[in-house]
Every structure is written in structure tokens, then in C-alpha cells.
Design a protein around this ligand. Structure first.
Ligand SMILES: Nc1nc(=O)c2c([nH]1)NC[C@@H]1CN(c3ccc(C(=O)N[C@@H](CCC(=O)O)C(=O)O)cc3)C=[N+]21
Length: 298
């Protein structure tokens, strides 16, 4: 069997188009322009690429983009002061502080300082708790994108066996909560899981988010399973000496067994940014007391 390759790039473009349409309607009917503030501390090259892409796509969707680049030696107090200003700014509907942060800044403290209503990353404990208890939350972008692709391919997820590999606050844990909310039977596996291959072989849905290049191989995959590869690992190609992006799944061997699989690049990554725009639109609608875009939320 050869897996269908899920085109995350095309899916993300479709979502951004939908967001752009609703942004245009908000402007036309209510004079509201959604605004997204992205804060980058330091000059990590990968982070700079992501922030540039976010800015470009935010503007293309018709929203306002506020970029704040701070030097690597920025203090925690300075960053907290900026967050406070953004919280108070009515033109800002969404706030994203790019992670990781330099060592002198406590990321948990910064996330806790963001107004939960503007927390488009869905990282604030208030949103984490709302998601975990099945209430209306802002949901982390990467798991939200994964959920959209799974629903699109499988329809109802009810009763399905899902295995999430990885237990991070950013992907693994919220992914498990979303799958649970859609009535999957969810297992969260991780580096200490015994017989990991055997656990993964049970799954109709595999979400790999461990950050270890090529760790999941085809012999771990149940025939026909849907495989969502969240890993974005930059490795050096042994032959060309150039760096390239690979996922947590060994693509060739997994694609030979799976029913469908997301590629890296061009899978989950573009969906993450599309969902950031969707969350910004959702936050804007909620702030204005307007009906929110149902098909763009979890
Ligand atoms: N507060 C916060 N929120 C985030 O959402 C966040 C963050 N911090 N820190 C860094 C990670 C990483 N991240 C990505 C987004 C898009 C791609 C993406 O579009 N990737 C392309 C490839 C891009 C390339 O060539 O490097 C793809 O997979 O096709 C990747 C990674 C968001 N993150």
C-alpha cells in the first residue's frame, strides 16, 4: 500500500482564504480590523524565518501585524512591560511571544501575563484548563491544525484508537485533549514508554511530536493508519552536506504502510500558521461579541 500524502500547504492556503474572507467582512460590516502582535526576543535564525512568515501571511489575510523585535539581552521586566502594553492596546486582538526565550526570562511567567482572551497560542493556563474541561478556549495552533487535517480525512473520530507520541505542553498534551474531546481512545506515549513500537501499532491515528528525526518507522505503523508528523528537524544530508528538514517519522517506510501521511515540510508547519490567523480572527470576534467562525475553531 502507498499512503495518500496530505497536502498541508494546500489545506493551509484554503484556511487562510477563509480567514481572509471573514476578515474582509468584519472590516466591511463592523469597521473592525483584527490585529496580531508577535514578539521575538533575540535572533535565533529559525525563529526569524517563522516570524517573517507569520507577518507576511497576517498581512495577506487583511489583518494588522505588529512586530516587536527585542535584543537578546532584554530583561524579564522589559518583556512583561511590553506584554502589559499589548494587553491594554485595543488594536491588538492576539499576542504571540515566540518561544524559546533567552535563559534570563521565565517563559511561564510571560505566558501567565498575557491576557487569556488575546492568547492566540493557547498556552495560558486559563486556556489550558478550559480545553481540558471541554469549555470554550483558545486552542494551541499546531494541535488545532492536526485536528483539522484528521477530521478532513476521517470524518468522525469517535471511537478511534489514537496514539500521541510526545507529551509537551505545546503539542502532545493539547493534542490528546482535542482527540479525547472528539471521543477517540487516546494514549499519550513518550520517551519512557515501554514497547513503544507495539503501542503505536495499535493506532488508527498516530501523531508524532517528539523532535527525534525519523524515529517512527514503517514497522511501527498499523496498515491504513493516518500518520500526522509534527516533527520539524533540521539535519545535514550525508550526501550533499546541505541541511534539510525531516520529520519524526521515517517518511519512506511509513508511507509504504500508512493510509495517509503528512510530509515535512509542507504538512503540519503551514497549518500551524494558518491556525494562528484563525485564532486571531476568533479572538477578535469574541472581543467584539460577534459570532465566531465555527469551522475555524475546534
Ligand atoms: N509562541 C510560539 N508559538 C509557535 O507557534 C511557535 C513558537 N512559539 N516557536 C517556534 C515554533 C515553530 N513553529 C513553526 C511554524 C511554522 C512552521 C512552518 O511553516 N514550516 C514549514 C517549513 C519552514 C522552513 O522551511 O523552515 C513547513 O513545515 O513546511 C514551522 C514551525 C511555530 N512555533
Amino acid at each position: 500500500m502507498t499512503a495518500e500524502i496530505i497536502d498541508g500547504k494546500a489545506f493551509a492556503a484554503r484556511i487562510r482564504g477563509e480567514v481572509a474572507g471573514q476578515v474582509a467582512a468584519l472590516r466591511r460590516d463592523h469597521g473592525i480590523v483584527p490585529g496580531l502582535a508577535v514578539v521575538l526576543v533575540g535572533e535565533d535564525p529559525a525563529s526569524q524565518v517563522y516570524v517573517r512568515n507569520k507577518h507576511k501571511q497576517t498581512v495577506e489575510a487583511g489583518m494588522e501585524s505588529f512586530e516587536h523585535r527585542l535584543p537578546v539581552e532584554t530583561s524579564e521586566e522589559e518583556l512583561l512591560a511590553l506584554v502589559a502594553r499589548l494587553n491594554a492596546d485595543p488594536a491588538v486582538h492576539g499576542i504571540l511571544v515566540q518561544l524559546p526565550l533567552p535563559a534570563q526570562i521565565d517563559a511561564d511567567k510571560v505566558i501567565a501575563a498575557i491576557d487569556p482572551a488575546k492568547d492566540v497560542d493557547g498556552f495560558h493556563i486559563s486556556n489550558v484548563g478550559l480545553l481540558a474541561t471541554g469549555q470554550k478556549a483558545l486552542v494551541p495552533c499546531t494541535p488545532l491544525g492536526c485536528l483539522m487535517m484528521l477530521r478532513d480525512r476521517l470524518g468522525s473520530l469517535s471511537g478511534r484508537e489514537a496514539v500521541v507520541i510526545g507529551r509537551s505542553n505545546i503539542v502532545g498534551k493539547p493534542m490528546a485533549q482535542l482527540l479525547l474531546r472528539d471521543s477517540c481512545t487516546v494514549t499519550v506515549a513518550h520517551s519512557r514508554t515501554r514497547d513503544l513500537a507495539e503501542v503505536v501499532r495499535r493506532a488508527e491515528i498516530v501523531v508524532a511530536a517528539v523532535g527525534r528525526p525519523g524515529m517512527v518507522t514503517g514497522d511501527w505503523i498499523r496498515p491504513g493508519a493516518t500518520v500526522i508528523d509534527v516533527g520539524i528537524n533540521r539535519i545535514e544530508d550525508a550526501e550533499t552536506g546541505k541541511t534539510r528538514l525531516v520529520g519524526d517519522c521515517d517518511f519512506e517506510s511509513c508511507a509504504a504502510v500508512a493510509g495517509a501521511i503528512t510530509p515535512v515540510p509542507g504538512g503540519v508547519g503551514p497549518m500551524t500558521i494558518a491556525c494562528l490567523l484563525a485564532n486571531t480572527l476568533t479572538a477578535t470576534c469574541r472581543a467584539a461579541g460577534l459570532p465566531e467562525p465555527e469551522e475555524l475553531t475546534a
